[in-house]
Design a binder for this molecule. Structure first.
Ligand SMILES: Cc1cc2nc3c(=O)[nH]c(=O)nc-3n(C[C@H](O)[C@H](O)[C@H](O)COP(=O)(O)OP(=O)(O)OC[C@H]3O[C@@H](n4cnc5c(N)ncnc54)[C@H](O)[C@@H]3O)c2cc1C
Ligand code: FES
Length: 287
């Protein structure tokens, strides 16, 4: 854990349904909210609960500000897949969760003409904060001289299997200037096909424009995005959703294979050295 990492009990303020099996929970935790940066994450656990025993990692969806503009809480977007998210689906205002963070590196403070964000499924959650920061609509963290993500324009390509899994996009649609393109694998909404069908023409449509790609979602989707970016010599950063036990570098349960110099590779802890890595450095065949 870094000096700024805190473990507290945070109170649930509200729980909203976003779409089938997807929710957003608002937690009151001012200190963490004031420090956390886009792409960083935190661990959540139910106090006193032994099943599940371990905390679970979740990305920052967004910070919640009070009427003076001070960060007083965070929103967490989640998909119900198992024990912890099953508990979270039943939360009511006043319940408490143990939370520790901020954790991980977050997305780098890149400067570019066009930031293209590619999300699959619940992997869209980090892109509310990255888009707001990139388009200079919100500030995160306490350091006044911190470099920020900056882009002249920002896009989000969002893919889901079928329309019923498409999240309530109102938080993203509220971000002025963010271009959003939806695709579904079965064609029930937006483009019928894969996120890479939409990404490919965007990488070449404006020669001379600098482009950086951020992606988060299923591993094979991120692999396809990273490969397409490599083919177009475009910088790409991936946020891995590797299962984690401790979240702060102690247990090595989250290691991922990362390329080293001269054809070598070694494991890196996704919770500490990640979860955001250059797409070109991941040994995708071993993921
Ligand atoms: C840095 C990071 C950020 C994340 N951010 C979010 C987020 O914002 N919203 C969100 O909904 N989820 C997010 N996740 C994934 C989330 O941590 C898992 O979905 C969660 O741990 C599931 O907990 P559970 O107890 O409900 O499921 P469990 O009971 O632990 O597992 C249920 C099933 O899901 C599988 N599973 C669990 N975790 C993962 C995983 N990470 N990848 C693939 N399969 C898995 C298990 O193998 C099992 O089959 C993030 C993960 C990481 C590492
Ligand atoms: S989760 Fe324990 S080292 Fe990464």
């Amino acid at each position: 854990m870094t000096a700024s990492t805190r473990q507290i009990e945070a109170q649930v303020v509200e729980l909203d349904a976003l779409c089938d099996e997807n929710y957003r929970v608002r937690l009151s935790c001012a200190e963490l909210a004031q420090q956390i940066l886009p792409g960083q994450f935190f661990m959540l656990r139910k106090p006193g609960c032994t099943d599940p025993l371990l905390g679970r990692p979740f990305a920052l969806y967004d910070t919640v500000l009070d009427e003076t503009g001070r960060a007083v809480g965070i929103d967490v977007g989640f998909h119900v897949v198992g024990k912890m998210t099953g508990i979270m689906e039943e939360l009511i205002p006043g319940d408490t969760l143990e939370i520790w963070g901020p954790l991980g590196n977050g997305f780098p403070a890149v400067q570019t003409d066009h930031l293209i964000q590619v999300a699959g499924g619940i992997g869209y959650t980090p892109f509310v904060a990255t888009s707001r920061e990139a388009l200079m609509q919100k500030k995160y963290g306490t350091e006044t001289d911190r470099q920020r993500i900056q882009a002249k324009k920002a896009s989000l390509i969002y893919g889901v299997r079928e329309k019923r899994f498409c999240a309530d996009m109102s938080d993203l649609s509220d971000i002025a200037g963010l271009d959003i393109q939806l695709c579904t694998e079965d064609g029930t909404a937006g483009h019928h096909g894969l996120v890479t069908d939409l990404l490919q023409p965007m990488l070449t449509e404006n020669p001379g424009e600098s482009i950086i790609v951020f992606t988060c979602g299923p591993v094979r989707m991120m692999q396809a995005v990273a490969c397409l970016c490599a083919d177009h010599q475009t910088e790409c950063w991936v946020s891995l959703e590797t299962p984690m036990a401790c979240g702060f570098g102690a247990c090595f349960s989250c290691v991922v294979p990362i390329k080293q110099a001269e054809g070598e590779w070694d494991y890196r802890r996704s919770c500490l050295e990640g979860p955001v890595f250059p797409g070109s450095e991941i040994l995708w065949e071993q993921m």
